[in-house]
Design a protein around this ligand. Sequence first.
Ligand code: ADP
Length: 480
Amino acid sequence: MFESDANAVRQQAYVNGQWLVAEDQREQTVVNPATGETLGTVPLLSGVQIEACIEAAERAFYRWREVPARERCARLLAWYEQIRAAREQLARILTLEQGKPYAEALGEIDYAASYIHWFAQPSLLDTGATLPFAEEPLSMMVISEPVGVCAAITPWNFPAAMITRKVAPALAAGCVMIVKPAPDTPFTALALAELAAEAGIPAGVLNIVTGDAQEVGERLTGSPTVRKLSFTGSTAVGRTLMAQCAPTLKRLSLELGGNAPFIVCADADIDAAVQGAMLAKFRNAGQTCVCANAIYVADEVYQAFAEKLVAQVKQLKLGRGDEEGVNIGPLINRAALQKVEGLLAAAVASGATVQCGGERWSERWFQPTVLTDATSAMQCVREEIFGPIAPLVRFTDEQDLLTQLRAQEAGLAAYVYSQNLEKIQRFARHLEVGMVGFNTGIISDAAVPFGGVKASGMGREGGRQGIEEYLETKYIKLNN
Ligand code: ADP
């Protein structure tokens, strides 16, 4: 169904307004995770080509920062309109290279576009001040300026949204951006860049580079010209990149691994909690950083919740993302499948019980699985699963649960189902995470600050906070 889109994808990098191949013709292949078939190739740019991109971006920065903010935002709005008009084709490309069901891919394209719409508000740049306690009126003022040339390194699980929520605030602020998309999913990024060019975003302002991740990462982080890195991906790579940015003291936004607890209290509306868990757990086959990881269920409602969840999970339809009515697509690659299998086997060996699923489905899918008798000591509870397994952990005391959760390294998101306001307030204050959803399984929105604490990283994307990541503060003392 989507084969004609595979023929239409751009297979070059996009640098300074030009479509580029590697100077030594080296390429890497991109495969469809649902079939293993090659979709196409992208160039492995050389270090010299990456350096040339950084230089071109710097030249573009000094021009772009002089474009009035209202005009920059107008270009962003034009880009938004282009994406809206091409949403179906973009979603097909996304499904082809990433595997998620087409309906979810369409949802992602709309979500990705919403960040551009949100950040195309010049009023978000109203950040300056005059200081009224200055000795003379108007002698002390504070202005915001763009940080400069920025780099983004993005993951494969949201090939569109992880890019727009970095690029849109950067460009609105007057920065320019070099994006290195995940090697598994570069075609969505390149399609977005093509639309940006059609929307009148000037050459050099948005660049998409493809190549060996480590080499490109070293060039971008090592360059003194690049003033900021925004990274979304694993905590391990985040740590490496942070260290690589230390010599040049770059600004950093890091959105790293999560391990979101999903807590069902004894007073929860169980049907609503089951619906929320289905969304928080099984979206993108469990491969999102805010996915619920372990589900902690109060002893009193454990059995009822487990039965209802299993009944719902059994309804999920597995298949290729381009097939009608599919809920669960393939995992991104074999390594992901093996990881999930390993976590499941270890949990079962330690006493967990498989209530449904528990096996591969063909060679690229893992069946959505519910595990009961899971405990906090199990690896699948302590670590991010990133797959469609729901371990149910029984709890009896909320205070003990909170204490135990505080020991977790990650601190991205949490979900709590309860109808008791006092309890909600307690969880809201004491969970050490960047985001908490109460009585909902979906929390993201372009208008709110997305991000985590502790090993889940630093900085926020979206909301008013999202643009501050791309602004520097300058104080001016003005005597005459
Ligand atoms: P995931 O486990 O989600 O694939 P990664 O952290 O491995 O997360 O990858 C996220 C992004 O980081 C991808 O674009 C990947 O190519 C990139 N990446 C991985 N390793 C490095 C590295 N050493 N330097 C720079 N980028 C890297």
